[in-house]
Design a protein around this ligand. Structure first.
Ligand code: GDP
Ligand code: MN
Length: 390
Protein backbone atom coordinates (compact mmCIF):
# COMPACT_ATOMS: atom_id res chain seq x y z
CA UNK A 1 0.00 0.00 0.00
CA UNK A 2 1.31 3.44 -1.02
CA UNK A 3 0.76 6.79 0.68
CA UNK A 4 1.22 10.40 -0.40
CA UNK A 5 4.43 12.40 -0.08
CA UNK A 6 2.98 14.71 2.56
CA UNK A 7 1.86 11.73 4.65
CA UNK A 8 5.28 10.10 4.40
CA UNK A 9 6.90 13.37 5.44
CA UNK A 10 4.55 13.65 8.42
CA UNK A 11 5.46 10.12 9.49
CA UNK A 12 9.20 10.52 8.98
CA UNK A 13 9.17 13.88 10.82
CA UNK A 14 7.59 12.14 13.81
CA UNK A 15 10.56 9.75 13.85
CA UNK A 16 13.03 12.65 13.67
CA UNK A 17 13.68 13.33 9.98
CA UNK A 18 13.89 17.08 9.21
CA UNK A 19 11.35 18.08 6.53
CA UNK A 20 10.41 21.49 5.10
CA UNK A 21 7.31 23.22 6.48
CA UNK A 22 4.25 22.87 4.33
CA UNK A 23 0.49 22.68 4.18
CA UNK A 24 -2.14 20.66 2.31
CA UNK A 25 -4.61 22.22 -0.13
CA UNK A 26 -7.80 20.93 -1.73
CA UNK A 27 -8.42 24.00 -3.91
CA UNK A 28 -6.40 26.75 -5.68
CA UNK A 29 -7.61 29.31 -3.12
CA UNK A 30 -6.48 27.10 -0.28
CA UNK A 31 -3.09 26.66 -1.95
CA UNK A 32 -2.63 30.43 -1.99
CA UNK A 33 -3.75 30.65 1.60
CA UNK A 34 -1.25 27.97 2.64
CA UNK A 35 1.59 30.04 1.14
CA UNK A 36 0.51 33.11 3.11
CA UNK A 37 0.35 30.99 6.26
CA UNK A 38 3.86 29.66 5.68
CA UNK A 39 5.35 33.07 4.93
CA UNK A 40 8.55 33.63 2.97
CA UNK A 41 8.91 34.53 -0.69
CA UNK A 42 9.15 31.22 -2.58
CA UNK A 43 7.08 28.07 -2.41
CA UNK A 44 7.00 24.71 -4.10
CA UNK A 45 3.59 23.46 -5.17
CA UNK A 46 3.48 19.67 -5.51
CA UNK A 47 0.77 17.40 -6.88
CA UNK A 48 0.02 14.64 -4.39
CA UNK A 49 -0.28 11.45 -6.41
CA UNK A 50 1.00 7.96 -5.72
CA UNK A 51 3.89 8.27 -8.15
CA UNK A 52 7.38 9.65 -8.46
CA UNK A 53 8.62 11.51 -11.52
CA UNK A 54 6.13 14.33 -10.84
CA UNK A 55 8.71 17.04 -11.42
CA UNK A 56 9.44 15.92 -14.99
CA UNK A 57 5.69 15.49 -15.63
CA UNK A 58 4.83 19.06 -14.67
CA UNK A 59 3.42 18.22 -11.25
CA UNK A 60 5.95 20.23 -9.21
CA UNK A 61 6.60 23.96 -9.56
CA UNK A 62 8.59 26.60 -7.75
CA UNK A 63 6.34 29.67 -7.38
CA UNK A 64 7.13 33.26 -6.40
CA UNK A 65 3.74 34.65 -5.44
CA UNK A 66 0.20 33.70 -4.54
CA UNK A 67 -1.19 34.32 -8.02
CA UNK A 68 1.33 32.03 -9.57
CA UNK A 69 0.44 29.38 -6.99
CA UNK A 70 -3.30 29.69 -7.58
CA UNK A 71 -2.85 29.61 -11.37
CA UNK A 72 -0.61 26.53 -11.27
CA UNK A 73 -2.92 24.84 -8.75
CA UNK A 74 -5.90 25.48 -11.04
CA UNK A 75 -4.19 23.61 -13.87
CA UNK A 76 -3.47 20.64 -11.60
CA UNK A 77 -6.70 19.98 -9.71
CA UNK A 78 -8.79 17.24 -11.27
CA UNK A 79 -6.09 16.52 -13.83
CA UNK A 80 -4.77 13.01 -14.53
CA UNK A 81 -1.03 13.38 -14.05
CA UNK A 82 0.87 11.01 -16.33
CA UNK A 83 4.43 10.33 -15.17
CA UNK A 84 6.99 7.81 -16.35
CA UNK A 85 5.91 5.65 -13.41
CA UNK A 86 2.15 5.64 -14.13
CA UNK A 87 0.22 4.06 -16.99
CA UNK A 88 -1.25 6.15 -19.81
CA UNK A 89 -4.27 7.07 -17.63
CA UNK A 90 -2.06 8.66 -14.99
CA UNK A 91 -3.19 9.44 -11.45
CA UNK A 92 -5.86 11.95 -10.44
CA UNK A 93 -4.71 15.09 -8.63
CA UNK A 94 -7.05 15.97 -5.78
CA UNK A 95 -4.59 17.25 -3.16
CA UNK A 96 -1.69 19.64 -3.39
CA UNK A 97 1.18 20.14 -0.99
CA UNK A 98 2.49 23.69 -0.67
CA UNK A 99 5.92 23.89 0.86
CA UNK A 100 8.32 26.65 1.87
CA UNK A 101 11.00 26.40 -0.85
CA UNK A 102 14.45 25.15 0.14
CA UNK A 103 17.66 26.38 -1.45
CA UNK A 104 19.54 23.36 -2.67
CA UNK A 105 23.32 22.93 -2.63
CA UNK A 106 23.35 19.17 -3.27
CA UNK A 107 20.80 16.43 -3.95
CA UNK A 108 21.39 12.97 -2.46
CA UNK A 109 19.48 9.73 -2.86
CA UNK A 110 18.40 7.60 0.09
CA UNK A 111 16.31 4.44 -0.05
CA UNK A 112 15.39 1.59 2.29
CA UNK A 113 14.12 -1.57 0.66
CA UNK A 114 13.53 -5.18 1.57
CA UNK A 115 16.31 -7.32 0.14
CA UNK A 116 14.73 -10.75 -0.19
CA UNK A 117 18.00 -12.40 -1.14
CA UNK A 118 19.81 -11.50 2.06
CA UNK A 119 16.57 -11.40 4.13
CA UNK A 120 17.67 -7.99 5.35
CA UNK A 121 16.66 -4.38 5.03
CA UNK A 122 18.93 -2.76 2.50
CA UNK A 123 19.93 0.88 2.46
CA UNK A 124 20.82 2.26 -0.94
CA UNK A 125 22.26 5.77 -1.08
CA UNK A 126 24.03 8.07 -3.49
CA UNK A 127 25.67 11.47 -3.31
CA UNK A 128 24.17 12.09 -6.77
CA UNK A 129 20.43 12.05 -6.10
CA UNK A 130 17.44 13.87 -7.55
CA UNK A 131 16.99 11.39 -10.41
CA UNK A 132 15.23 8.03 -10.24
CA UNK A 133 17.12 5.13 -8.73
CA UNK A 134 16.62 3.12 -11.93
CA UNK A 135 18.26 5.86 -13.92
CA UNK A 136 20.97 6.26 -11.30
CA UNK A 137 21.71 2.54 -11.42
CA UNK A 138 22.14 2.81 -15.18
CA UNK A 139 23.99 6.08 -15.59
CA UNK A 140 25.99 6.25 -12.36
CA UNK A 141 26.12 2.82 -10.70
CA UNK A 142 29.46 3.55 -9.03
CA UNK A 143 27.85 6.33 -7.01
CA UNK A 144 25.56 3.84 -5.26
CA UNK A 145 26.44 2.89 -1.69
CA UNK A 146 24.71 -0.20 -0.30
CA UNK A 147 24.46 -1.52 3.24
CA UNK A 148 22.36 -4.38 4.59
CA UNK A 149 20.94 -4.22 8.09
CA UNK A 150 20.29 -7.26 10.22
CA UNK A 151 16.83 -6.73 11.71
CA UNK A 152 17.93 -8.61 14.86
CA UNK A 153 20.44 -5.90 15.72
CA UNK A 154 19.00 -2.93 13.84
CA UNK A 155 20.97 -0.05 12.35
CA UNK A 156 23.92 0.63 14.65
CA UNK A 157 25.30 4.14 15.01
CA UNK A 158 28.71 3.13 13.62
CA UNK A 159 27.06 1.78 10.46
CA UNK A 160 25.10 5.00 9.99
CA UNK A 161 28.30 7.03 10.46
CA UNK A 162 30.14 4.86 7.96
CA UNK A 163 27.39 5.41 5.40
CA UNK A 164 27.49 9.17 5.97
CA UNK A 165 31.28 9.14 5.40
CA UNK A 166 30.94 7.10 2.24
CA UNK A 167 28.52 9.74 0.89
CA UNK A 168 31.17 12.38 1.46
CA UNK A 169 29.30 14.26 4.19
CA UNK A 170 31.33 16.42 6.53
CA UNK A 171 31.31 17.84 10.06
CA UNK A 172 27.86 18.40 11.54
CA UNK A 173 26.22 16.74 8.53
CA UNK A 174 27.45 13.37 9.78
CA UNK A 175 25.42 13.60 12.98
CA UNK A 176 22.41 14.85 11.01
CA UNK A 177 22.72 11.93 8.59
CA UNK A 178 22.96 9.45 11.46
CA UNK A 179 19.73 10.88 12.90
CA UNK A 180 18.00 10.68 9.51
CA UNK A 181 19.15 7.13 8.78
CA UNK A 182 18.12 5.81 12.16
CA UNK A 183 14.77 7.62 12.01
CA UNK A 184 14.00 6.20 8.56
CA UNK A 185 15.05 2.75 9.71
CA UNK A 186 12.79 2.86 12.76
CA UNK A 187 9.86 4.16 10.71
CA UNK A 188 10.43 1.34 8.21
CA UNK A 189 10.59 -1.35 10.88
CA UNK A 190 7.95 -0.11 13.33
CA UNK A 191 5.31 0.56 10.67
CA UNK A 192 5.77 -2.59 8.54
CA UNK A 193 7.00 -0.61 5.56
CA UNK A 194 8.49 -2.32 2.52
CA UNK A 195 10.01 0.85 1.08
CA UNK A 196 11.13 4.24 2.35
CA UNK A 197 12.64 6.59 -0.20
CA UNK A 198 13.93 10.14 0.28
CA UNK A 199 14.83 11.52 -3.14
CA UNK A 200 16.20 14.03 -3.02
CA UNK A 201 17.63 14.30 0.44
CA UNK A 202 19.20 17.72 0.10
CA UNK A 203 22.08 19.64 1.55
CA UNK A 204 20.78 23.18 1.87
CA UNK A 205 22.79 26.34 1.27
CA UNK A 206 23.54 26.53 4.97
CA UNK A 207 24.83 22.94 4.96
CA UNK A 208 21.85 21.36 6.79
CA UNK A 209 20.19 18.19 5.55
CA UNK A 210 16.46 18.05 4.81
CA UNK A 211 14.14 15.50 3.19
CA UNK A 212 12.75 17.31 0.16
CA UNK A 213 10.67 14.40 -1.08
CA UNK A 214 9.51 11.23 0.66
CA UNK A 215 7.86 8.03 -0.42
CA UNK A 216 6.69 5.13 1.74
CA UNK A 217 5.11 1.83 0.82
CA UNK A 218 3.67 -0.66 3.28
CA UNK A 219 3.08 -4.37 3.52
CA UNK A 220 -0.64 -4.72 2.80
CA UNK A 221 -0.75 -7.96 4.76
CA UNK A 222 0.36 -6.11 7.90
CA UNK A 223 -2.28 -3.39 7.73
CA UNK A 224 -4.47 -5.23 10.24
CA UNK A 225 -1.96 -4.23 12.90
CA UNK A 226 -1.15 -0.76 11.53
CA UNK A 227 -4.53 0.92 11.80
CA UNK A 228 -3.12 4.46 11.65
CA UNK A 229 -1.26 3.66 8.42
CA UNK A 230 -4.20 1.76 6.92
CA UNK A 231 -6.31 4.91 7.32
CA UNK A 232 -4.01 6.75 4.93
CA UNK A 233 -5.20 4.61 2.03
CA UNK A 234 -6.40 6.80 -0.85
CA UNK A 235 -8.69 4.90 -3.19
CA UNK A 236 -8.54 7.68 -5.79
CA UNK A 237 -4.98 6.55 -6.51
CA UNK A 238 -5.83 2.89 -7.05
CA UNK A 239 -6.93 1.02 -10.16
CA UNK A 240 -10.72 0.96 -9.53
CA UNK A 241 -10.95 -2.56 -10.97
CA UNK A 242 -8.42 -3.83 -8.45
CA UNK A 243 -9.91 -2.08 -5.42
CA UNK A 244 -13.48 -3.15 -6.27
CA UNK A 245 -12.32 -6.75 -6.65
CA UNK A 246 -10.47 -6.44 -3.34
CA UNK A 247 -13.67 -5.32 -1.62
CA UNK A 248 -15.25 -8.62 -2.64
CA UNK A 249 -12.28 -10.63 -1.43
CA UNK A 250 -11.05 -11.23 -4.98
CA UNK A 251 -7.51 -10.48 -6.07
CA UNK A 252 -7.52 -8.79 -9.48
CA UNK A 253 -4.61 -7.80 -11.65
CA UNK A 254 -5.18 -5.72 -14.78
CA UNK A 255 -3.06 -6.51 -17.87
CA UNK A 256 -3.10 -5.41 -21.49
CA UNK A 257 -4.26 -8.36 -23.66
CA UNK A 258 -7.74 -9.66 -24.51
CA UNK A 259 -8.12 -12.94 -22.60
CA UNK A 260 -9.91 -12.52 -19.28
CA UNK A 261 -8.83 -15.13 -16.73
CA UNK A 262 -10.67 -16.50 -13.72
CA UNK A 263 -8.40 -18.73 -11.72
CA UNK A 264 -7.96 -20.03 -8.19
CA UNK A 265 -4.61 -19.42 -6.58
CA UNK A 266 -1.75 -17.13 -7.55
CA UNK A 267 0.53 -20.01 -8.59
CA UNK A 268 -2.00 -21.44 -11.02
CA UNK A 269 -2.61 -17.91 -12.29
CA UNK A 270 1.10 -17.50 -13.06
CA UNK A 271 1.24 -20.85 -14.81
CA UNK A 272 -1.87 -19.97 -16.82
CA UNK A 273 -0.35 -16.62 -17.90
CA UNK A 274 2.71 -18.51 -19.11
CA UNK A 275 0.64 -21.06 -21.01
CA UNK A 276 -1.38 -18.30 -22.70
CA UNK A 277 1.83 -16.60 -23.79
CA UNK A 278 3.19 -19.90 -25.02
CA UNK A 279 0.03 -20.42 -27.08
CA UNK A 280 0.53 -17.00 -28.64
CA UNK A 281 -2.03 -14.99 -26.64
CA UNK A 282 -2.09 -12.13 -24.16
CA UNK A 283 -4.08 -12.07 -20.92
CA UNK A 284 -6.29 -9.00 -20.35
CA UNK A 285 -6.29 -9.58 -16.61
CA UNK A 286 -6.50 -12.31 -14.06
CA UNK A 287 -8.75 -12.71 -11.13
CA UNK A 288 -7.97 -15.06 -8.29
CA UNK A 289 -11.23 -16.33 -6.80
CA UNK A 290 -9.38 -18.09 -3.99
CA UNK A 291 -10.62 -21.15 -2.15
CA UNK A 292 -14.25 -22.09 -1.49
CA UNK A 293 -15.71 -20.13 -4.39
CA UNK A 294 -19.52 -20.12 -4.28
CA UNK A 295 -21.54 -19.73 -7.51
CA UNK A 296 -22.28 -16.12 -6.44
CA UNK A 297 -18.56 -15.45 -6.18
CA UNK A 298 -17.99 -16.85 -9.64
CA UNK A 299 -20.69 -14.53 -11.03
CA UNK A 300 -19.00 -11.59 -9.30
CA UNK A 301 -15.69 -12.71 -10.80
CA UNK A 302 -17.21 -12.66 -14.30
CA UNK A 303 -18.56 -9.16 -13.73
CA UNK A 304 -15.16 -7.93 -12.60
CA UNK A 305 -13.24 -9.53 -15.45
CA UNK A 306 -15.76 -8.33 -18.07
CA UNK A 307 -15.62 -4.74 -16.78
CA UNK A 308 -12.44 -4.61 -18.87
CA UNK A 309 -13.67 -3.73 -22.37
CA UNK A 310 -10.69 -5.42 -24.01
CA UNK A 311 -11.79 -8.87 -22.91
CA UNK A 312 -12.84 -10.96 -25.91
CA UNK A 313 -12.61 -14.44 -24.39
CA UNK A 314 -12.88 -15.68 -20.81
CA UNK A 315 -10.76 -18.53 -19.59
CA UNK A 316 -11.83 -20.24 -16.37
CA UNK A 317 -9.13 -22.46 -14.92
CA UNK A 318 -9.87 -24.10 -11.59
CA UNK A 319 -7.89 -26.75 -9.78
CA UNK A 320 -10.32 -27.57 -7.02
CA UNK A 321 -8.98 -28.66 -3.66
CA UNK A 322 -10.97 -26.63 -1.18
CA UNK A 323 -13.08 -25.48 -4.10
CA UNK A 324 -15.62 -27.77 -5.72
CA UNK A 325 -15.82 -28.08 -9.47
CA UNK A 326 -19.61 -28.46 -9.43
CA UNK A 327 -19.99 -25.16 -7.56
CA UNK A 328 -17.69 -23.37 -9.94
CA UNK A 329 -19.50 -24.89 -12.93
CA UNK A 330 -22.81 -23.76 -11.45
CA UNK A 331 -21.33 -20.28 -11.13
CA UNK A 332 -20.14 -20.27 -14.75
CA UNK A 333 -23.54 -21.36 -16.06
CA UNK A 334 -25.36 -18.85 -13.85
CA UNK A 335 -23.02 -16.04 -14.90
CA UNK A 336 -23.44 -16.89 -18.60
CA UNK A 337 -27.25 -16.76 -18.35
CA UNK A 338 -27.58 -13.93 -15.84
CA UNK A 339 -25.09 -11.64 -17.56
CA UNK A 340 -26.43 -12.66 -21.00
CA UNK A 341 -22.97 -13.41 -22.28
CA UNK A 342 -22.23 -13.98 -25.94
CA UNK A 343 -18.44 -14.16 -25.89
CA UNK A 344 -16.58 -17.49 -25.89
CA UNK A 345 -15.89 -18.98 -22.47
CA UNK A 346 -13.30 -21.74 -22.07
CA UNK A 347 -13.63 -23.86 -18.93
CA UNK A 348 -10.98 -26.15 -17.55
CA UNK A 349 -11.86 -27.93 -14.33
CA UNK A 350 -9.75 -30.35 -12.34
CA UNK A 351 -9.86 -31.76 -8.81
CA UNK A 352 -12.74 -32.18 -6.38
CA UNK A 353 -16.06 -33.19 -8.03
CA UNK A 354 -14.60 -32.74 -11.49
CA UNK A 355 -17.06 -35.17 -13.19
CA UNK A 356 -20.05 -33.40 -11.69
CA UNK A 357 -18.59 -30.07 -12.75
CA UNK A 358 -17.95 -31.14 -16.35
CA UNK A 359 -21.45 -32.62 -16.57
CA UNK A 360 -22.98 -29.28 -15.54
CA UNK A 361 -20.96 -27.46 -18.20
CA UNK A 362 -21.74 -29.99 -20.94
CA UNK A 363 -25.44 -30.34 -20.14
CA UNK A 364 -26.01 -26.60 -19.84
CA UNK A 365 -26.75 -26.30 -23.56
CA UNK A 366 -24.58 -23.18 -23.55
CA UNK A 367 -21.69 -22.66 -25.99
CA UNK A 368 -19.10 -23.21 -23.27
CA UNK A 369 -15.83 -24.75 -24.39
CA UNK A 370 -14.93 -27.51 -21.94
CA UNK A 371 -11.31 -28.70 -21.96
CA UNK A 372 -9.30 -31.12 -19.87
CA UNK A 373 -5.80 -29.69 -19.54
CA UNK A 374 -4.19 -26.32 -18.97
CA UNK A 375 -2.40 -26.47 -22.33
CA UNK A 376 -5.71 -27.19 -24.12
CA UNK A 377 -7.35 -24.36 -22.22
CA UNK A 378 -4.73 -21.82 -23.30
CA UNK A 379 -4.82 -23.04 -26.90
CA UNK A 380 -8.65 -22.98 -26.97
CA UNK A 381 -8.74 -19.44 -25.55
CA UNK A 382 -6.25 -18.19 -28.12
CA UNK A 383 -8.09 -19.99 -30.93
CA UNK A 384 -11.42 -18.49 -29.85
CA UNK A 385 -10.11 -14.96 -30.42
CA UNK A 386 -9.88 -14.66 -34.23
CA UNK A 387 -13.41 -16.07 -34.55
CA UNK A 388 -14.48 -13.10 -32.51
CA UNK A 389 -12.52 -10.54 -34.52
CA UNK A 390 -13.81 -11.92 -37.83
P1 GDP B 1 9.33 13.84 -7.96
O1 GDP B 1 9.71 14.38 -9.30
O2 GDP B 1 7.97 13.23 -7.97
O3 GDP B 1 10.35 12.91 -7.39
O4 GDP B 1 9.19 15.12 -6.98
P2 GDP B 1 10.29 15.83 -6.03
O5 GDP B 1 9.62 16.17 -4.78
O6 GDP B 1 11.51 14.99 -5.89
O7 GDP B 1 10.62 17.15 -6.81
C1 GDP B 1 11.23 17.14 -8.07
C2 GDP B 1 12.34 18.13 -8.13
O8 GDP B 1 11.85 19.44 -7.89
C3 GDP B 1 13.43 17.94 -7.09
O9 GDP B 1 14.37 16.97 -7.47
C4 GDP B 1 14.03 19.32 -7.00
O10 GDP B 1 15.01 19.48 -8.00
C5 GDP B 1 12.84 20.24 -7.30
N1 GDP B 1 12.38 20.80 -6.02
C6 GDP B 1 11.49 20.26 -5.16
N2 GDP B 1 11.36 21.02 -4.07
C7 GDP B 1 12.22 22.07 -4.23
C8 GDP B 1 12.57 23.20 -3.42
O11 GDP B 1 12.10 23.41 -2.30
N3 GDP B 1 13.49 24.07 -3.93
C9 GDP B 1 14.06 23.87 -5.16
N4 GDP B 1 14.95 24.75 -5.58
N5 GDP B 1 13.75 22.82 -5.94
C10 GDP B 1 12.85 21.94 -5.48
MN1 MN C 1 11.51 12.83 -5.81
Amino acid sequence: MDIHEYQAKEILARFGVPVPRGGLAYSPEQAGYRARELGGSAWVVKAQVHSGGRGAAGGVKLCRDEHEIAAFAATLFGKQLVTRQTDANGKGVYRLWVEAASDIAQELYLGFVLDRKSERIMIVASAQGGIDIEELAETNPDSLVRMTIDPATGLAEFQARELAFRLGLKGGQIAQMVTILRACYRAYRDLDAVMVEVNPLVVKGNGDLVALDAKMSFDTNAMFRQAAVAELRDRSQEDPRESTAGDHGLAYVGLTGDIGCIINGAGLAMATMDMIHLAGGEPANFLDIGGGASPERVVRAFQTVLADRNVGVVLVNIFAGINRCDWVADGVVTAYRQLELTLPVVVRLAGTNVEAGRRIIEQSGLPLISVGTLADAAAAAVAARPALAA
